[in-house]
Design a binder for this molecule. Structure first.
Ligand code: NAD
Length: 362
């Protein structure tokens, strides 16, 4: 495999942000083809990013010998069949969130890839940001102390224009609502920073838009380490924020609240005493800023394919986020607190569709 990997990007919506990142990583990646279905944005993107070919056929694209990586940026229900087809064709795969519609599918593809040299990397670009990474740094140094409580708000705005795109808001295509599609970045931040979840209680509702899935949710989570987390989601907020607040024994940490880049600086790290604050300030002065967003995730993926680092986001990471979604929809449907982990014996292991319907019918 040549060090410059040849890429097919599938999808011309958020695919644009992937193209920006690939263009910044021109020494590592060469986008050979952009594939989308009857989408007027395709040729414009191909022109702007100097992509030599456009295609409307996923099957033809993955059959090509000159493609190393298939980058899937299409609607949620297409992820499972496309990932499997691309792996069958011998490609590495990158896939947008939400990866799949069940924990069972994540486990099945992990089993398929266990004895393969092919890789599948789910996208969770929010975690590549210096605020989030500074907190990781302080935690790794043992400065934070025990976590008592955290709140995570995903308060965004979505209306008719957003749902005019036919797949959005339809259970059969979108696979879920705000809890799956929008708050999944908060779920990833939660499990990435704070570790395994012990149990989940939840309520979901459709309050803002005339859609088939949830657009508002409230979760009450107990972490394995004993801390309690409250997670609030709505797509009906007048102003858009993603707010994270973590109350540790030694400090309280708050993020920048910016809706779509919540992990980026500035974050505040407020020490309990002056002595602790000095240690925080010294530790942060020694922190080396890292790359951000899609560009950093894709840069690290390239490095991992050539053996110079771990895969930056793994199937286990996608599983963790989808297990939380599964537990939350099940909790909302049954009115009970759901213990984790979600294993093959769990009634929603193969999907949360029935739970979501039941929860919204309450
Ligand atoms: N990580 C993030 O922050 C982020 C942000 C936005 C969207 N997303 C995710 O990205 C995915 C796409 O969302 P979007 O907003 O770009 O949707 P979109 O509707 O704007 O674009 C989807 C694209 O996929 C193409 N497509 C659909 N089916 C196809 C097929 N069978 N073959 C080839 N092309 C096909 C369409 O032609 C279109 O170009 C979703 O899973 C969404 O949740 C992630």
């Amino acid at each position: 495999m040549s060090e410059k990997l040849k890429v097919a990007v599938i999808g011309a919506g958020v695919g644009e942000l992937h193209l920006v990142a690939f263009a910044r990583l021109a020494a590592q990646y060469d986008v050979r083809v952009l594939c989308a279905l009857d989408d007027p944005r395709t040729q414009d993107l191909a022109d702007r990013f100097h992509i030599p070919e456009c295609s409307e056929s996923f099957d033809e694209v993955i059959a090509r010998d000159d493609i190393d990586i298939v980058d899937i940026c299409t609607p949620p229900t297409t992820h499972w069949p496309m990932c499997n087809q691309a792996i069958d064709a011998g490609k590495h795969v990158i896939c947008e969130k939400p990866l799949f519609g069940s924990v069972a599918e994540v486990d099945a593809i992990a089993e398929r890839l266990a004895n393969s040299d092919r890789r599948l990397m789910p996208i969770f670009q929010y975690r590549f940001a210096n605020g989030t990474q500074k907190l990781r740094h302080l935690m790794a140094m043992g400065l934070c102390g025990r976590l008592y409580a955290a709140t995570m708000e995903t308060h965004w705005t979505r209306g008719d224009d957003y749902y005019a795109v036919p797949w959005r808001g339809k259970l059969a295509h979108d696979l879920g609502g705000c809890l799956l599609g929008h708050a999944i970045h908060a779920h990833d931040t939660l499990t990435y920073l704070l570790g395994p979840i012990r149990s989940v209680a939840a309520e979901v509702a459709t309050l803002v838009n005339d859609i088939e899935v949830d657009d508002t949710a409230a979760l009450s989570i107990r972490l394995e380490n004993g801390a309690l987390v409250a997670l609030s989601v709505t797509l009906g907020s007048v102003d858009e924020i993603s707010r994270f607040r973590f109350c540790f024994e030694n400090m309280t940490v708050e993020n920048n609240k910016v809706a779509y880049t919540p992990g980026r600086e500035p974050w505040s790290f407020n020490g309990r005493t002056e002595a602790i604050q000095r240690r925080i300030d010294d530790a942060l002065a020694a922190y080396e800023p890292q790359g951000q967003g899609y560009t950093e995730q894709l840069r690290l993926f390239h490095a991992s394919l050539f053996g110079t680092g771990p895969q930056p986001v793994t199937l286990q990471d996608a599983r963790d986020s989808l297990a939380l979604v599964t537990a939350a929809y099940h909790a909302a449907a049954t009115g009970r607190t759901v213990p984790m982990p979600i294993d093959a014996q769990h009634p929603a292991y193969t999907g949360w569709t029935a739970d979501l319907r039941n929860a919204l019918a309450k």
